[in-house]
Design a protein around this ligand. Structure first.
Ligand code: NAP
Length: 533
């Protein structure tokens, strides 16, 4: 059986960088990747309109000056093909592919206590062993199809956005249905509406969307971006979610209504997440403050959608602005002014079944040529749930996390020695301009391994006390936020999965700087909360 110092599961953004760092430590590494090539999220999510919601130049890796110098983003918010090309370029430049086995899905990982080794089993039955096991499985990597009866009966084309085919898909002249209006659905809808014969959107709950304001990067801007990478990354580092936008120090209710209105107008007109991440600092914690921005965005929706009844259906009533992930859009609301687009509110007329010809709701049957499912993921936990991960004493991770995840720093789990969970639950990377936090995660893990190499240690395990304290801290900081009072993937809610109707906070909400500080402190204290052998 092949033996490695480390096995990394996943060749997306985190897995690629982790491979690079482990090689620098001189370790023998193998990466197993379920997909046919590198890219993770950007390999799978090829749906129409898929693109960044973070500024491209704030999203790429920051660790390699040559990469920063050579790579040129063409747009402020790059589309998926460009991001995938970027990750291919990085993989080639750092010669990463030779240690990656593609089309290799890991199904089980078991810790052998006597040997202090992990045994990894692949779908094809192949096995390999390693000392350190690092999951780089991504927080949004397990697509979920809705539990609507009859899905298999549909005779037309069916696609889930997260497993979109590699061949071109034409919508021209077709009768297309889209189910789901999260960040993915919104991007898909605005693109499909351009060419579809008819587009029917099946919306269960609307989200608060805000303008992306994308543009091509001019030659002058390109030069400026390249010259200011250190400042860009420093700015990201200092902000709560590692975006270039950070909360305004003022409270929404301490400024005059005129000032507030002018501020919201300015944020609404600006590119990117400024309206979410760069808003007044109390909109996430005070309902009254949140009402002011929610009312503002509701007004914008009413201005943009001609039919007041449709506008009303597009305005969320069950949660305030920013308490679920804000989809960024380009003419999304204007789509509903097109004569070929219909919005079906499935809370009024629920979908009863998918039929061979289309979709039957409680009031009627509609026929389609294509149904697109933009119904999301088994968020954060899905990548782990897909594998049988067995730790000390034969205990599985699924069993350990049955009542919700428990981790230390979102990076290790008590009872699972030598296992590191990049971008795992209760890790700041789950609510972050993700590559920024991925770099922190990967560098921290690499530093622990370097420390162990130096000290001649070969086993690291989180203590129960450290895990308990971290878990309590995560839930406690989450409680203060309005978004823990709302059903969303942040809270582990998924109506398509059994037993996932109880809110369990999956993220870390005290912010990336606080998280980084804590991780650094733990390291500086000789990896407090861990035991080594
Ligand atoms: P999502 O936010 O979970 O949205 C899923 C949508 O499908 C929701 O509208 C949901 O309705 C609907 N849905 C689910 N099951 C349904 C059913 N059985 N019947 C009818 N409707 C159903 O998933 P997502 O849009 O794929 O986005 C997930 C995350 O991926 C985002 O929050 C974001 O973090 C990330 N993402 C990022 C980008 C980017 O950076 N550019 C783009 C896309 C996605 P309910 O709301 O009622 O549950």
């Amino acid at each position: 059986m092949a033996m490695f110092d480390a096995i990394v599961i996943g060749a997306g953004m985190s897995g690629l960088y982790q491979l690079h760092k482990l090689r620098q430590l001189g370790l023998k590494v193998r990466v197993y990747e379920a997909g046919g090539d590198v890219g993770g999220t950007w390999y799978w999510n090829r749906y129409p309109g898929a693109r960044f919601d973070s500024e491209s130049w704030s999203y790429g890796y920051s660790f390699d000056d040559e990469v920063l110098k050579e790579w040129e983003w063409s747009e402020h918010f790059a589309a998926q093909p460009e991001t995938l090309a970027y990750l291919n370029y990085v993989a080639d430049k750092l010669k990463l592919r030779r240690d990656i086995r593609f089309d290799s899905r890991v199904t089980a990982c078991a810790y052998d206590e006597a040997a202090n080794e992990w045994e990894v089993t692949l779908e094809d039955g192949d096995t390999a062993r390693c000392r350190f096991l690092i999951t780089a499985v991504g927080p949004l990597s397990t697509p979920v199809w809705p539990t609507i009866p009859g899905i298999q009966d549909f005779k037309g084309e069916s696609y889930h956005t997260a497993t979109w085919p590699h061949h071109p898909v034409s919508f021209a002249g077709k009768r297309v249905a889209v189910i789901g209006t999260g960040a993915t659905g919104v991007q898909t809808i605005q693109e499909v509406a351009k060419t579809a014969g008819t587009l029917t959107v099946f919306q269960r709950r609307p989200n608060w969307c805000a303008p992306l304001v994308n543009a091509k990067i001019t030659a002058e801007e390109q030069a400026k971006i390249k010259a200011s990478y250190p400042e860009i990354f420093a700015r990201c580092r200092a902000s709560h979610g590692c975006f270039i936008h950070d909360a305004d120090p003022r409270r929404a209710l301490e400024v005059s209504p005129q000032e507030r209105e002018a501020f919201y107008e300015q944020r609404y007109a600006e590119p990117g997440f400024g309206i979410w991440m760069g808003n007044f600092r109390d909109i996430f914690v005070s309902r009254e403050a949140n009402d002011t921005i929610s009312e503002f965005v509701a007004r914008k929706i009413r201005e943009r959608v001609k039919d007041p009844k449709i506008a009303d259906k597009l305005i969320p009533k069950d949660h305030g602005f920013g308490t679920r992930r804000v989809p960024l859009e380009t003419n999304y609301y204007e789509v509903y002014n097109q004569p070929n687009v219909t919005l079906v509110d499935i809370r009024e007329t629920p979908i009863e079944r998918i039929t061979p010809a289309g979709i039957a709701t409680s009031d009627t049957q509609r026929d389609f040529d294509m149904i697109i499912y933009a119904t999301g993921f088994d968020a954060v936990l899905g990548g782990f749930n897909k594998m049988e991960i067995t730790g000390l004493g034969g205990r599985t991770l699924k069993d350990k996390w049955a009542e919700g995840p428990r981790t230390y720093l979102g990076l290790q789990v008590e009872g699972f020695p030598n296992l590191f969970t990049l971008v795992g639950p209760h890790n700041a990377a789950t609510f972050c301009n993700i590559p920024r936090c991925i770099e922190q995660n990967v560098e921290w893990v690499s530093d622990v391994l370097a420390h162990m190499q130096k000290q001649g240690l070969n086993r690291i395990a989180a203590t129960r006390a450290a895990e308990d304290a971290w878990t309590e801290h995560v839930y406690e900081t989450g409680q203060k936020l309005l978004f823990t009072q709302v059903d969303s993937w942040f809270m582990g809610i998924n109506t398509n999965l059994p037993g996932r109707n109880k809110r369990t906070f999956l993220l870390y909400a005290a912010g990336a700087p606080a998280y980084r500080e804590r991780c650094d402190e733990v390291a500086a204290r000789g990896y407090e909360g861990f035991t080594f052998d």
